[in-house]
Design a binder for this molecule. Structure first.
Ligand code: PMP
Length: 417
């Protein structure tokens, strides 16, 4: 069945063509075909506005922050702190000092593991994670569990890739000390019911870290409304630079924690006998921070907010629905991850074709998808697949690009027929 002809494209809710003009890289051709960039869950592209902001910083504002009284250092410091302010508002944090600049989600989670976990989690204590977690929200906790003699408990999922919330609730006992859960699954797209999970944990006095790497770029995040203790995400998935991300932490949690990295800027005074640590957020920002990247991330959240996170979410949902309906009708194509609440991630397998071959053949058509285990091997084990191909959408993708993907998969099937 030629589904792309039988399924009507929904009317656009959003002027993606106008938006695309902001992204120089989207004009590229790959293998002689227009680039169809569907690897946004791995890293998204950068609009000219963010590129210009980085150039302006490097050409007219750069110096090290926090240390000098000279004009450039003052400008760099105030622009860096202005970026923190933008990030505070982007996630509706109560206070600016609750936003710590890190190098990304992985770094943020490691900060919480070292700063909170190593101080407050001990032998026999339990940490609840989920089957869906990215390796970056598994391995640090496993390292802690090994070091301390603590135990990981894992929330299972159903065949659609939805967390079993009854099972989650049953995992709690008097030894539960911490919960780490992703907001949106990078491998399956499942949007987890984190608000409810956080409330349940808090009723038992247990703090919760949210890995928001796949949520912050795609939906409005309000950390006060969620009431999470920690929320982590990366700049490069959010139209910003690589090497930057944030950790949001409730001030009272950050105050209680020990520093993760020692060095300059995270201290108030140092003698060989004793060091007095700086106040938050600086206690967690040792050394010269990624100043340009933080300012670039500030420009990225300005850009996204200018479009509107609700409009972004609506457009991406329309893309996801359109792609899902078509893929469901393709014989030999299996969608992995069919949760009722999903974000713009579509993982799939094609019968008789290894995902790497799917990715390679799509690349010949100019279509960029990711293939592999998506740093979520427990998810692959749960669904008994070695790997999947994954198309992940951003607000600058179009319905025509979905059609190109579907046509590309048909070509793959023909090659392997
Ligand atoms: N968590 C999730 C859900 C992710 O998708 C990713 C990136 N694939 C990460 C964490 C790690 O992000 P980073 O590599 O930017 O630290």
């Amino acid at each position: 069945m030629n589904t792309s002809q039988t399924i009507l494209r929904p009317a656009p809710v959003f002027d993606a063509q106008r938006i695309r003009a902001d992204f120089p890289i989207l004009k590229l051709e790959i293998n002689g075909k227009p680039l169809v960039y569907l690897d946004n869950a791995a890293s998204s592209q950068m609009p000219q506005q963010v590129i210009d902001r980085l150039v302006r910083y490097q050409t007219t504002q750069h110096a090290n922050v926090n240390r000098a009284v000279h004009t450039l250092s003052e400008i760099a410091t105030s622009e860096f702190e202005a970026a923190r302010h933008k990030l505070q508002h982007f996630i509706n944090a109560r206070e600016e000092r609750e936003v710590i600049f890190t190098s990304g989600t992985t770094d943020s989670i490691n900060l919480v593991m070292h700063g909170y976990g190593r101080k407050f989690i001990g032998a026999g204590d339990e940490i609840i994670l989920t089957t869906l977690e990215h390796h970056s929200n598994i391995v640090p906790w496993q390292m802690l569990a090994e070091e301390k003699g603590a135990k990981l408990r894992v929330v299972p999922v159903n065949d659609a890739g939805e967390l079993l919330i009854d099972e989650y609730e049953k995992l709690f006992n008097e030894r539960t000390r911490f919960v780490g859960v992703m907001h949106v699954s990078n491998a399956l797209g499942t949007i987890n019911p984190i608000r409810q999970m956080i409330a349940f944990a808090h009723a038992r006095g247990v703090p919760v870290l949210i890995d928001g790497a796949q949520a912050a770029p795609h939906m409005q995040v309000d950390v006060q409304d969620l009431d999470c203790d920690f929320y982590a995400f990366s700049g490069h998935k959010l139209c910003g630079p690589t090497g930057i991300g944030i950790l949001y932490g409730k001030a009272e949690q950050l105050e209680r924690m020990q520093p993760f990295k020692g060095g300059g800027d995270m201290i108030l005074s140092v003698t060989f006998e004793k060091t007095i640590y700086n106040t938050i957020p600086y206690k967690f920002e040792a050394g010269t921070p990624p100043i340009a990247a933080a300012i670039g991330l500030g420009a990225a959240v300005d850009y996204l907010s200018g479009i509107g996170m609700d409009a972004i979410a609506a457009h991406e949902h329309a893309l996801l629905d359109y792609a899902t309906v078509q893929m469901k009708q393709m014989p030999g194509v299996r969608i992995i991850g069919t949760a009722r609440h999903k974000s713009a991630v579509l993982s799939f397998t094609v019968d008789g074709v290894h995902p790497h071959d799917v990715g390679t053949l799509l690349n010949q058509e100019g279509i960029a998808v990711r293939t592999g285990h998506h740093c979520a091997q427990p998810v692959m084990q749960r669904f008994r697949v070695p790997a999947t191909s994954r198309a992940s959408f951003a607000f600058y993708n179009t319905m025509a690009e979905v059609d190109a993907l579907i046509a590309g998969i048909r070509t793959v099937q023909k090659v392997f027929a």
